[in-house]
Write a protein that binds this ligand. Structure first.
Ligand code: B12
Ligand code: SF4
Length: 499
């Protein structure tokens, strides 16, 4: 029986996490096929490591997980090299990038299969079919090329997460010490990244989760999550958790159960949620969450403009007024709301685009005045096409196009696009992009993020003072003095470097 090599391309410069995507795939074949993991975050030269495994001649399958952005910098050239050096290898890609951009991936000629969405059943079934020379055409969730055409098999249903096998942490520990994955963060000294649910029940028109899960969500039970966390705490000393779920807080009942289970364990935790969902939670739930260690929650606030919120099709009841009042409510419970905003959406005229940017800047300042502890993350809108949505139509009309060659995704402009730093969207002028960036710099100066644990009290005071005049008088242009301090102190941006 041939072996499988699973590769997590480098996604982080220094603060890396448990590679949950590839580990969950390892769990899907555990006990059925032999597998090894190469983690690009932990290797100086990951290709050398891959090469040394493949040279043994025992391998036939190589699986890559792919997110847009920095991961592609290893994924693309490595896949190409493997095809040249080991032409017999079957190359299988999964993850959000591969699923959403499968055409360009398969047209590259060096990826044989894309797993469309969750790979927990599709991956072992595919390997099984290939190993035993059986047809794979009826396996759900596959995309491949045949006779120049892209073939997509039936989409996988979202399956019960509670019956999935546990993640093979002990085996991962033999490749790379688990303790190294438990990093020091604002939350704790040994922070575990945990993924407790799949999908999301909403359909925001800009979100990459929507085309894959189509408004479906399934979760592991509170008890399963708790047992995993306890195991890792006992064995490797985890004292904090980052829940990497798209939407950890869908079920208030599960959150209550989990909070009750963990409340005496002195574990600090963080997750991503929606304002309109958590705003429906009872006061007792919010108090329990805080008492159980929930310190901060990430929310897609997006914008204060109700018209744009509607265009984004957030699928719920979020309004500008709710974003304001919720920031105040979170302050009452001492939970930090981490609000992310998306600026620079397309509009009918350039004047209108600029007007919306100005409105959002004013709105962000208002939120900060209501609850200064609110953490603000600013993205420039980068479209993810969800076919059929109004937003998709309008970005196409405005002349936006994705790259047609896989290698183009690692060009410098597309990397900035992926990081939502400098999108190639035709409706944004450089004046608009500069305004957003300059405001962000001033804001981050006046209110340095609490998640940067290297910034001590003195540095915080100094940069707050330096940025004060600009912030108060709305003079954002050319904030070189703040940029210089950020550069010297290596200011961290959670949106790029990790949460
Ligand atoms: C953790 C994480 C990160 C970490 C990376 C951690 C690491 N690997 O070291 C950090 C913080 C660095 C990061 C950064 C970015 N991220 Co990120 N990230 C995530 C997050 C929250 C969790 C990923 C995860 O572990 N999932 C758990 C696993 C179990 O689920 P999964 O990945 O979906 O895996 C399943 C399937 O996809 C499939 N599969 C996945 N890989 C493979 C591989 C094979 C071989 C097979 C067969 C199947 C398969 O099977 C798995 C099991 O069912 C996801 C959102 C999410 N909840 O998934 C976003 C997400 C993947 N990130 C996203 C983005 C855009 C980014 C950024 C590029 C931009 C940004 N500003 O956020 C940056 C890039 C910066 C960088 N340095 O790389 C988007 C991708 C959107 C898209 N257009 O494709 C997501 C979906 C968030 C979102 N909703 O926007 N990210
Ligand atoms: S709530 Fe979040 S994860 Fe769900 S569709 Fe909207 S942006 Fe995506």
């Amino acid at each position: 029986m041939h072996k499988i090599l699973l590769f997590n391309p480098r996604s982080s410069i220094n603060k890396y996490r448990v590679p949950n995507s590839i580990l969950q795939i390892a769990a899907s074949v555990e006990g059925k096929f032999e597998w090894v993991i190469v983690d690009g975050n932990c290797e100086q030269d990951p290709y050398k490591k891959i090469q040394s495994w493949l040279k043994t001649g025992e391998f036939k399958y190589v699986g890559f997980t792919t997110m847009p952005g920095p991961q592609l910098k290893q994924a693309i050239p490595y896949a190409k090299r493997i095809r040249e050096e080991f032409p017999g290898m079957v190359m299988i890609w999964g993850g959000y990038f591969a699923s959403n951009q499968h055409k360009v991936v398969l047209n590259s000629g060096y990826v044989d299969f894309v797993i469309n969405g969750p790979g927990d059943y599709a991956f072992p079934a595919l390997i099984d079919a290939l190993e035993n020379d059986r047809p794979y055409e009826l396996i759900k969730g596959l995309i491949y090329r045949r006779d120049g055409k892209i073939i997509k098999t039936q989409k996988e249903d979202i399956f019960d997460q509670a019956v999935l096998p546990p993640l093979p942490y002990d085996r991962l520990d033999r490749f790379y010490p688990m303790q190294k994955y438990l990093g020091k963060t604002y939350l704790g000294n040994r922070t575990l990244a945990y993924h407790s649910s799949m999908g999301c029940p909403f359909t925001c028109s800009f979100c990459a989760v929507v085309p894959i899960f189509e408004a479906r969500w399934k979760a592991r039970t509170a008890l399963q999550v708790y047992q995993d966390v306890k195991y890792i705490q006992k064995k490797w000393g985890a004292d904090a958790i980052e829940f990497h779920d798209n939407n950890f807080f869908v079920s208030e009942k599960r959150v209550i159960e989990f909070s009750n289970l963990i409340k005496d364990d002195k574990i600090v935790w963080w997750g991503e949620g929606r304002i309109d969902t958590i705003n429906k939670y009872k006061d007792e739930t919010l108090a329990l969450m805080r008492a159980s260690g929930c310190k901060m929650i990430f929310f897609g606030a997006e914008t204060g403009n109700d018209e744009i919120l509607k265009q984004m099709d957030k699928g719920g009841t979020q309004t500008g007024e709710q974003i304001r009042s919720f920031a105040a409510r979170m302050a009452r419970f001492d939970i930090i709301p981490e609000y992310s905003f998306v600026l620079g959406l397309p509009s009918k005229t350039p004047e209108k685009v600029m007007e919306y940017i100005d409105q959002d800047i004013a709105f962000i300042k208002e939120i900060k005045a209501i609850n200064p502890a609110t953490e603000v993350v600013i993205y420039i809108y980068s479209p993810v096409p969800t076919e059929g949505s109004e937003l998709y139509k309008s970005i196409q009309e405005a002349g936006f196009k994705f790259p047609e060659k896989l290698e183009d995704w690692i060009g410098p402009q597309w990397e900035s696009f992926d990081l939502r730093k400098n999108p190639l969207t035709p409706w944004l002028t450089s004046e608009m992009v500069d305004k957003i960036r300059d405001f962000e710099t001033v804001l981050n100066g006046y209110y340095p993020t609490v998640s940067d644990i290297r910034l001590n009290g003195l540095k915080r005071k100094l940069i707050h003072f330096v940025a004060g005049l600009r912030y108060k008088t709305s003079l954002y242009k050319y904030p070189y003095e703040i940029k210089l301090l950020h550069k010297i102190w290596k200011y961290r941006q959670p949106e790029i470097q990790g949460f």
